[in-house]
Design a protein around this ligand. Structure first.
Ligand code: TRP
Ligand code: SF4
Length: 348
């Protein structure tokens, strides 16, 4: 009867491809932020297993196992199934249905212009990426996102949808907004927009070097995994690249130009950081000692993550239940949007 005057429901949605076990770069770049967002937003987080097919269609043997590893890392990192809806993309078929509708209305040029398209086609060798699915990658992502906006029929509140992503994904969210606009123009119902435009939530991602000093990345083989046990962390950090000006132990160095210094800035306490600056610039500590301290800091961050993760690992039934519950809650929400979408398009 009364028009709802309640404030918009602030929702967050984001996804990750199932690349296998996650590393510290994945954690600091995404998961760590998602965990924080759970306290302020209505959250949906999912594993984009259909997206994995866009590049790995010829060998799908790892996708299921990788999906499982990523969900364990989600839970280990502290995503809380009581706070967030955690699900697998291919469990919610509405993603495929909306993707199909978007594929009908999107001009090819829009997709060919997406910067990641040409870039990845050139950079990923050994795979034929001149496929329809690879070109359509951002459209599937648009469907992932737009299913969770609109009006929440259950609470009848307007949803404001935010998509936390790194800089590399901003173009995809931009395209999502354009697709939403185009859809809304074609299929307007009584001046009402069916698919409101989502917003990017640019998440802080500190510079996180891998053990060779380059950006931490699976393809460089320079990662520290969330599951690495303490001795492995120490062993990986030992040969880490340092300030090249510090050739001898007696040469002073500068943590600001040292990858180990960068790790300290992300993971160490203020006290440790102060000791690093003082010791490094006066050559009163050695790099070996400094790397030992950074290992201590990293291990301290990993410890609770690994503890939570192994709890879930030992209880696979519980993980199944979490995913089943996530699937049901996500599908219920996605279906609300699809009911409106089908009616607006007039088919289905
Ligand atoms: N393309 C994203 C990536 O590679 C993953 C992704 C798929 C995503 N669907 C999404 C991210 C929807 C945010 C929202 O990281
Ligand atoms: Fe880098 Fe630490 Fe060595 Fe300084 S002491 S150069 S910060 S590893």
């Amino acid at each position: 009867m009364s028009i709802s005057t309640s404030a918009p429901l602030k929702r967050v949605l984001s996804g990750m491809r199932p690349t296998g076990k996650l590393h510290l770069g994945n954690y600091m770049g995404a998961l760590h932020n998602w965990v924080r967002l759970q306290h302020e937003y209505d959250c949906f987080f999912f594993i984009a297993d259909w997206h994995a097919l866009t590049t790995d269609y010829a060998d799908t043997s790892q996708i299921k196992a990788n999906t499982r590893e990523v969900i364990l890392d989600f839970l280990g990192a502290g995503l809380d199934p009581a706070k967030s809806v955690l699900f697998v993309q291919s469990d919610v078929k509405q993603h495929a249905e909306l993707h199909l509708l978007f594929s009908m209305i999107t001009p090819l040029g829009w997709l060919e212009r997406v910067p990641t398209y040409k870039e990845q086609q050139e950079n990923i060798s050994g795979k034929d990426l001149s496929t329809y699915g690879f070109l359509g990658y951002p459209l599937l992502q648009a469907a992932d996102i737009l299913l969770y906006g609109g009006r929440d029929t259950t609470s009848s509140r307007i949803v404001e949808l935010f998509v936390p992503v790194g800089q590399d994904q901003v173009a995809h969210v931009e395209l999502t907004r354009e697709v939403a606009r185009r859809f809304n123009q074609f299929y307007k119902v009584r001046e009402k927009e069916i698919l409101p435009e989502p917003q990017v939530l640019l998440t802080p991602s500190p510079k996180l070097p891998g053990t060779d000093g380059r950006k931490m990345s699976k393809s460089y083989g320079n990662t520290i995994m969330l599951t690495d046990p303490e001795p492995v962390v120490r062993q990986k950090l030992k040969p880490m690249v340092t300030d090249p000006a510090r050739v001898r132990r007696t040469d002073p160095g500068n943590p600001d130009v040292c990858p180990v210094g960068d790790l300290h800035k992300v993971f160490s306490s203020q006290e440790t950081l102060a000791k690093v600056y003082e010791g490094c610039t006066t050559a009163s500590i050695g790099c070996i000692e400094c790397k030992g301290w950074v290992a201590d800091s990293v291990v301290r961050v990993l410890e609770p993550i690994q503890q939570r993760r192994s709890g879930y690992e030992q209880n696979p039934k519980l993980v199944d239940e979490i995913l089943e519950d996530g699937k049901n809650r996500a599908a219920a929400r996605a279906e609300q949007t699809m009911v409106e979408v089908r009616s607006a398009v007039g088919i289905g």
